[in-house]
Design a protein around this ligand. Structure first.
Ligand SMILES: *[C@@H]1O[C@H](CO)[C@@H](O)[C@H](O)[C@H]1NC(C)=O
Length: 392
């Protein structure tokens, strides 16, 4: 009798434990909502249903995308959610529709809006941009294309171990967010694919990007207006256009960029290394408090460059100066080879000269020739070993 009571008690305990555990993390597998891993069946609705279930869960919840290829069209993951901790675990590959027209209208493929505490782990997302790039190369009347993955107005976001390949346009966009960690992502698109920026950050604060490997046809990481407290570390870039603060100052009424650290980067065969770029026209924007340190350049066209005279097509800004004020920018321990003779180029605004530029331990070579530096309206100091010699 006693044995029976003990056994029953044990059973009740085990059941309680299972109950507790399952309510702590509910897992919603998209195949349970009808998704098919065949790369052909439209699984958009299944993914959205799994998201809705996770979002509505009172506890932590996981959306699981298992092994296989899942075709998903334009999708918006909207918050706010009931669950304060949602994990999207991608083991397989999410593929975009083969016809680019399906996404191009939307401008974004997978977008998160106003979510909090969302982590994306995984897996691969494949934007299948090839046919759109071919259209653009043919000079036809093609749509701009879609960003593959975007977060808007969101908080406490993690993107970890994700591979994003062949986006139609930008691969990952962080916009209007607070507290975002991007770690160990791999981004791959051909060096000649148009506007396939790796990661674009704007209007966001406390964003950390570490351990990324980015090969694209445009900027590796681009930093837009209103970005503050951005930390970038251990990133490799190339092919592509390098890491760029800007373009800034396109609009008069624009927020500044403040407190950016770019540390331990390697650029291979890129158009630029560390760039700050602003339109040559009036603006209230600014760039303040930037540290570039420990960068290795391998055959980079413009390893160090500030260009304040950007004006594509010379329309809308001829003979104007940039209003963007650039100050407190440090370059420390930047080494390697330049693919052009001017390895250090500070082309600042005549009406708003750059000030507080600091150079420490720079060593940039240009084949067997002497690399050069060029300064326009740039003020600052140099210390340690600086080659080519500073023109500040
Ligand atoms: C600058 O940003 C870093 C994170 O990138 C943060 O730790 C630091 O506190 C910020 N500094 C200031 C003065 O806000």
């Amino acid at each position: 009798m006693a044995q029976l009571i003990i056994n029953s008690l044990l059973l009740v305990l085990i059941l309680l434990f299972i109950q507790l555990f399952s309510s702590v993390n509910a897992v919603y597998d998209i195949t349970d909502f009808g998704a098919k891993p065949d790369g052909e069946t439209d699984s958009s609705k299944s993914l959205l249903s799994a998201w809705d279930a996770a979002c509505g869960s009172p506890e932590a919840a996981t959306v699981h995308v298992p092994d296989g290829f899942f075709l998903v069209g334009q999708i918006t993951f909207s918050g706010p959610c009931k669950s304060s901790k949602i994990t999207i675990q991608i083991d397989g590959t999410i593929v975009a529709p083969s016809n680019y027209a399906n996404l191009a209208k939307a401008g974004e493929w997978m977008a998160f809006e106003k979510v909090e505490g969302v982590s994306v782990y995984g897996g691969t997302i494949d934007g299948r941009g090839k046919s759109l790039w071919a259209c653009k190369a043919g000079g036809g009347n093609c749509p701009d294309g879609a960003t593959s993955l975007a977060f808007h107005g969101s908080k406490d976001i993690m993107i970890s171990g994700l591979s994003s390949i062949n986006s139609e346009m930008f691969h990952i966009v962080i916009d209007g967010c607070q507290g975002v960690t991007v770690q160990g992502v791999k981004i791959t698109a051909p060096g000649n694919s148009p506007n396939t920026d790796g990661i674009h950050v704007e209007g966001s604060t406390d964003v950390t990007i570490t351990g990324a490997g980015i090969k694209t046809g445009d900027d590796c990481i681009s930093i837009g207006p209103g970005t503050t407290n951005l930390w970038i570390e251990q990133v490799t870039c190339g092919p592509g256009h390098g890491i760029s603060i800007g373009s800034l100052g396109k609009d008069y009424d624009e927020e500044g960029v403040e407190n950016v650290t770019v540390k331990t980067t390697v650029f291979t065969g890129t158009q630029n290394g560390l760039r700050i770029k602003t339109w040559g026209k009036p603006s209230e924007g600014f760039v303040k408090g930037v540290v570039f340190e420990h960068a290795t350049m391998q055959n980079v066209q413009n390893p160090i460059i500030i260009d304040q005279n950007y004006c594509p097509g010379q329309s809308g800004c001829p003979d104007q100066n940039s209003g963007v004020k650039i100050s407190q920018v440090t370059y420390s321990d930047i080494q390697g080879s330049s693919a052009s003779q001017v390895a250090m180029n500070f082309d600042c605004s005549a009406s708003n000269p750059c000030n507080g530029i600091e150079l420490q331990d720079i060593k940039l070579t240009y084949g067997d020739l002497q690399a050069k530096s060029s300064c326009n309206h740039a003020d600052g100091t140099a210390s340690g070993f600086v080659v080519p010699p500073s023109c500040l």
